[in-house]
Design a protein around this ligand. Structure first.
Ligand code: FE2
Length: 291
């Protein structure tokens, strides 16, 4: 069962001892959650208006910010509001970068920034398709943006102003999970990954790993019995807390919560201290044995 590594941090610019850095990298790569109960992200006065689900365009799961283009998606609002929320999200993204630089200096030169997201909609009761239903335990796997040789490292901050926690469940470790579901997933059909790329379903061609990861993600969400009876542990992240984990490795589900900021960072497997612990290498090992 998954464990936590709790860190006593209350500033985004905080420095960490060598022992804390060591504890954090070992925990993350082993598939644990690093939890900072006192690390909050503060909205400045004029930003309080963003505490409303009305900012969501109603069709996207989240409001997302792409730092490379400066564009915000999934928002309903005027030009100046959009610019203000983009600035808030940019400030959060910069805070997570400083945190990671100080906490995980071994990753410093290899991290690549991906989307920033703001989630102003209450999770509980939200109607979505099964594949998009994050209240079912799953590892993260992107449909249109294949990860390939990159890990998905996400920093989450519960910014709820009413003291509401974000209720998660955490599942079993990645390897037993992959062993259980991999035999159900057929190898990729020859040419299918190139075809998906040509048809612009994916932005880059899927690797074999991407094929199997998406298969694992979907198979787990579809399996009602597994969802009910697999080993899992509930945990509520309090308002004003921050946590991070490799979400391609940690099986997670979210049951309730509103107002969350999240920043995705991509890390090449080769930049890990122990690449053998990555889902990429685990799946490679298991599919070789299977085939
Ligand atoms: Fe997820």
């Amino acid at each position: 069962m998954l464990a936590f590594c709790t860190l006593d941090a209350d500033q985004w610019t905080q420095s960490f001892t060598a022992a804390e850095q060591e504890r954090a990298i070992a925990a993350l790569e082993a598939g644990q959650v690093v939890f900072c109960p006192n690390l909050r992200f503060v909205f400045i006065d004029c930003e309080d208006k963003f505490f409303s689900s009305a900012w969501s365009d109603g069709t996207s799961k989240n409001i997302s910010f792409d730092a490379t283009t400066g564009r915000l998606k999934g928002i309903r609002g005027g030009k100046s509001d959009v610019a203000q929320l983009a600035a808030l999200m940019g400030r959060f993204a910069a805070g997570t970068r400083t945190l990671l630089d100080n906490l995980l200096p071994a990753y410093r030169d290899a991290l690549v920034q991906a989307r920033t997201s703001y989630r102003p909609v209450q999770i509980k009761g939200r109607a979505v398709s099964m594949a998009k239903d994050d209240s079912r335990l799953h590892p993260d796997a992107f449909v249109s943006r294949p990860a390939g040789e990159r890990r998905i490292l996400r920093v989450f901050c519960n910014v709820n102003p009413h003291g509401q926690g974000r209720a998660w469940r955490l599942g079993e470790s990645f390897e037993p999970f992959a062993r259980r579901f991999l035999p159900r997933i057929k190898p990729p059909f020859p040419g299918s990954r190139t075809l998906l790329y040509w048809l612009r379903v994916t932005r880059t061609p899927r690797t074999c790993y991407d094929h199997y990861m998406l298969g694992l993600h979907n198979a787990a969400k579809r399996d009602e019995l597994y969802q009910k009876s697999c080993p899992q542990k509930a945990f509520t992240f309090p308002a004003g807390s921050t946590w991070l984990c490799f979400t391609d490795q940690v099986l997670h589900a979210v049951d309730a919560g509103q107002y969350l900021l999240e920043q995705t960072w991509l890390l090449p497997v080769a930049a890990m201290r122990s690449p053998d612990q990555s889902p990429q290498r685990i799946i490679q090992r298991l599919t070789r044995r299977q085939g």
